[in-house]
Design a protein around this ligand. Structure first.
Ligand code: SF4
Length: 173
């Protein structure tokens, strides 16, 4: 059985910056959970940040430059709280720990919370704290992708399921 690294908040765990969870209510997700397929992980908490914590966004080092997880990994963007505190190191630590967790579990697929500066995989907020989203991934999603994992947002459960089926079919004797 292919295991899936999953954002802890999607299982309802109260680990988000505002102290809440973000449980997914979906039969397929519930089945994966019952099968023991899901490997929950919160990069921000594991990286050393508290619950609750100030909201954070990815901010480019130079105006107009890319502001996503890849840019953070490349050193051309930082993660700042809304008060301007630099939390980049915690985000990077959390991303590395998420990768270690995935490898220990043998997970080749991750299902991560969309929009988060750690877990977002299709869009992140643009660093202005005005609620504007831009295409791009979060720091953990970017690292996992670079390391060969297939990352899906929780909004693409069907695509994740189809991909898992292909992986399992190709592994069948
Ligand atoms: S870092 Fe990821 S797992 Fe943790 S609360 Fe944010 S979206 Fe959820």
């Amino acid at each position: 059985m292919e295991r899936v690294l999953v954002s802890s908040c999607l299982l309802g765990r109260p680990v988000r910056y505002d102290g809440a969870g973000k449980a997914v209510s979906d039969d397929l997700f519930a089945r994966w959970r019952a099968e023991g397929r899901l490997v929950p992980f919160c990069p921000e908490v594991s990286g050393g940040l508290s619950v609750p914590r100030p909201p954070a966004e990815i901010v480019p080092l130079s105006p107009g430059a890319r502001a996503d997880g890849d840019a953070v990994l490349d050193g051309s963007a930082r993660v700042l709280t809304d008060a301007g505190t630099d939390v980049t190191d915690a985000f990077l630590r959390g991303a590395r720990l998420a990768l270690s967790c995935a490898r220990r579990a043998g997970a080749r697929v991750a299902l991560l919370k969309e929009g988060s500066p750690s877990c977002g995989s299709r869009r992140v907020y643009d660093g202005t704290f005005t609620g504007r989203a831009v295409p791009g991934d979060g720091v953990t999603a970017a690292l996992l992708t670079r390391e060969g994992l297939h990352v899906f947002p929780e909004t693409e459960l069907d695509a994740a399921a189809a991909f898992l089926s292909r992986l399992e079919a190709s592994a069948a004797p």
